[in-house]
Design a protein around this ligand. Structure first.
Ligand SMILES: *[C@@H]1O[C@H](CO)[C@@H](O)[C@H](O)[C@H]1NC(C)=O
Length: 227
C-alpha cells in the first residue's frame, strides 16, 4: 500500500516535471489576456486588459514582414525584426512570437541564446549555415547548411548562430519562438560589451588570453542587430 502511494506521488511529480520541460511560458488560464501596458501592477508578463475592451487590433500588427530590412546598419550584416508581446499585446500569456531575419551576403546572426524559448526557423531566400552548441561538459556542435524551404530547430537556451555563406546573395528567414518574450543574449556583446565592463582580470582568465587582448575587445563597438 505504502509503495503504491509512493509510486503515485512519484508519477505525479514526474508528470509535473515533464510539463515544466515542455511548456516554455506558463499556460494561459483564459482565452486571452491582452497585455495592459498602462498598468502599474507587476506580474510575470503583463496583467490582462478588461476583455470587454479587447479588439481585433490587439492581435494584429501591420509588420510588413514581406519587406526586406536594411542589413548595412549592424556590423554583423543582419537585421532581426522580432514580433513579441511588446509589439502585439494579444501575445501576452500565449507562449509564442515571430521573427523575420535578413542576412547580407556573408552576413550573420552571431552566436546568441534565447533564455526563454526554443526556436524553429525556415529559410525563405538564399542559404544559411546554422548551428547550436550543447551545454557543458560536452559542448557538442550541431550544424547544417539550409536551403530555401528547409527548417531547423534551436533548442531552448542553447547558443546558436546563422551565417549566410553566399558572397553575392542575401538570405531571409522566418523564425517562430516558444515565448511571448524570448529574450536574446548575444554572447560577444554581453561578455565584451557589458556596461560597465566586466573586469579584464576576469575575462583574461576566462578566455585564456592576455589582458590587452581583452581590453582591445572591450574597446570595440558591439552593435546590436535587433529591432
Ligand atoms: C533594420 O532595418 C530597418 C528597416 O530597413 C532599419 O530602419 C533599421 O535601422 C535596421 N536595424 C538594424 C539593427 O540593423
Amino acid at each position: 500500500m505504502a509503495s503504491s502511494t509512493t509510486f503515485l506521488v512519484l508519477t505525479a511529480l514526474l508528470a509535473l516535471l515533464s510539463w515544466q520541460a515542455i511548456a516554455s511560458d506558463p499556460s494561459p488560464l483564459q482565452d486571452f489576456c491582452v497585455a495592459d501596458k498602462d498598468s502599474h501592477v507587476r506580474v510575470n508578463g503583463f496583467v490582462c486588459k478588461d476583455p470587454k475592451d479587447v479588439k481585433a487590433d490587439d492581435f494584429f500588427l501591420a509588420a510588413n514582414l514581406d519587406k526586406p530590412r536594411d542589413t548595412t546598419v549592424s556590423k554583423v550584416g543582419s537585421n532581426v525584426t522580432l514580433i513579441n508581446v511588446m509589439r502585439i499585446p494579444g501575445l501576452n500569456t500565449l507562449g509564442i512570437s515571430l521573427a523575420r531575419i535578413d542576412y547580407a551576403p556573408l552576413g550573420e546572426n552571431p552566436p546568441h541564446t534565447h533564455p526563454r524559448a526554443t526556436e524553429i526557423l525556415t529559410v525563405l531566400e538564399g542559404t544559411l549555415y546554422v548551428g547550436f552548441v550543447t551545454s557543458n561538459q560536452d559542448n557538442k556542435l550541431f550544424t547544417k547548411t539550409l536551403n530555401k524551404g528547409d527548417v531547423f530547430v534551436f533548442p531552448e537556451g542553447l547558443i546558436h548562430f546563422q551565417f549566410n555563406p553566399c558572397p553575392d546573395k542575401p538570405a531571409v528567414a522566418i523564425a517562430a519562438l516558444s515565448s511571448q518574450n524570448p529574450g536574446a543574449i548575444t554572447i560577444a556583446n554581453a561578455v565584451f560589451g557589458s556596461k560597465p565592463p566586466i573586469s579584464d582580470d576576469v575575462l583574461a582568465k576566462a578566455f585564456q588570453v592576455e589582458k590587452k587582448t581583452v581590453d582591445w575587445l572591450q574597446a570595440q563597438f558591439w552593435s546590436d542587430n535587433h529591432n
